[in-house]
Write a protein that binds this ligand. Structure first.
Ligand SMILES: [Zn+2]
Length: 343
């Protein structure tokens, strides 16, 4: 028979820590399979649910309405808007149908209130501002649908910005419309997400935004040299303005090793690197679950406590883990919210 963990065991410390902190994951791609289950996909699904959040003691997560990049035409933009709107409606529906397990949160007060009730907090975001087309009023449309963070691009250039994964440069970073959108997001109180943006677009967004930006799911370029990972210059720029680098839980970002060999060690290497370069106040977790995320030991949201355990074993203090797991995101959300209120 299995013995109950003792009062000073690692398991007990992990549980106690999760009682007192707010844990937040800043990126998943659950929405697409929820709204369009028939669409074929190449990545593993089923890594995200309110049940798994409860099991893994994950208090809150940003659920992204994702659109892949298509042509920047009127028809392309209309299609992207249809996809984004459908996914956001599906996410709202999911919380209504699972009210006992969780709800949508629009600010940090609501995240804390849901935690107190033992319910998961769903935060809404958009991955790829393609759905805005060239229509600035759509920023407020999405804010009203509950969106509190927008990623400028996905893998292709759009009307706002160049993408890290595109083979050509269209705007030299941000377009004039991209700057306009960032202003509007600042005014409304939305986080500017620079993951997927080109290096120039990222650095320009850091400068342009009146509030700190977030890279919601990225890795360290110096540890894995791919365009999607952040260079030291980007990490330092984001952090120096108070922003966050949210390390993704995916082999794609973390290592060139075979999938079955990529686990917590590689995740910790990236976290440690950002902590050393930028400080504990500027690091967090953005899983990319249901969008390619998952490593050995953290295969889905139900395994998030394994990260807490690994951080304790690595020597991080309770206070540092509290910041990394969600304290930093709460701070950023409050800053973005306070700036919007000043209008
Ligand atoms: Zn992504």
């Amino acid at each position: 028979m299995a013995q109950a963990p003792g009062p000073d065991s690692l398991e007990t410390r992990v549980e106690r820590l999760h009682d007192s902190i707010v844990s937040i994951d800043t990126h998943n791609d659950f929405a697409m399979s929820l709204a369009f289950p028939e669409r074929s996909t190449t990545v593993a699904k089923g890594q995200v649910s309110f049940e798994l959040m409860r099991k893994g003691r994950l208090d809150a997560a940003f659920f992204a309405a994702f659109q892949s990049q298509g042509p920047c035409t009127e028809a392309g933009h209309a299609r992207a808007q249809y996809l984004a709107d459908s996914m956001l409606r599906a996410l709202h529906r999911y919380t209504e149908e699972n009210e006992h397990l969780g709800g949508v949160a629009y600010d940090t007060r609501e995240i804390r209130a849901l935690k107190k009730q033992g319910r998961a907090a769903m935060l809404l975001s958009i991955e790829n501002a393609y759905c805005l087309g060239e229509e600035i009023s759509l920023v407020e449309h999405y804010y009203r649908m509950g969106v509190r963070m927008i990623g400028l691009t996905h893998n292709g250039n759009n009307c706002l910005a160049d993408a890290a994964m595109d083979s050509v440069e269209r705007h030299g970073g941000l377009s004039p419309f991209g700057y306009e959108v960032i202003d509007e997001m600042n005014r409304l109180g939305m986080i500017v997400d620079v993951s997927h943006a080109s290096r120039k677009a990222c650095l320009q967004a850091v400068e342009a935004s009146r509030t700190p930006v977030m890279a919601s799911h990225s890795g360290v370029y110096n540890l894995k040299e791919i365009p999607r990972n952040l260079t030291d210059a980007e990490i330092i720029a984001i952090a120096s303005r108070g922003g966050l680098i949210q390390v993704s839980i995916g082999r794609y970002f973390l290592s060139f090793l075979p999938k079955e060999e990529v686990g917590l060690r590689q995740l910790l290497d990236h976290i440690n690197y950002v902590v050393k370069l930028a400080g504990i106040e500027h690091v967090g977790i953005g899983s990319d679950f249901d969008g390619g995320g998952g490593i050995v030991g953290v295969e889905h949201m139900g395994r998030m406590k394994a990260i807490t355990r690994a951080l304790l074993e690595e020597g991080y203090s309770d206070d540092e883990i509290a910041k990394l797991w969600g304290g930093n995101v709460l701070r950023l959300m409050d800053q973005v919210h306070a700036y919007a209120r000043s209008f």
